[in-house]
Design a protein. Sequence first.
Length: 101
Amino acid sequence: MKRLPFRPEFEEAVRSGQKTVTSRTRRYGSVGDVLDTPFGPVRLVSVVRMLLASVVARLWREEGFGNSGEFVDAWVRLHPRRGYIPEQWVWVHEFVLEPQP
């Protein structure tokens, strides 16, 4: 099973369903794929390419943040060499946490 890494700080948001989207610099899978995460398997329900500025404007809640500024701050922390470039294309992975037996 392919792995979709997450930092531990996102566990509560993923498990509670607050975080249902993760934007990445590369594509991790396709719709229907089940990926392993530190919090259990997730099923991809949508994978689209989008400008990072569009993610900030439209998907900060689904990313699990309280506002768009929190998302930008986290992006910069997670990508310190490049930082936040609004014109950067990213892969937006929408997912659901698979039920655990």
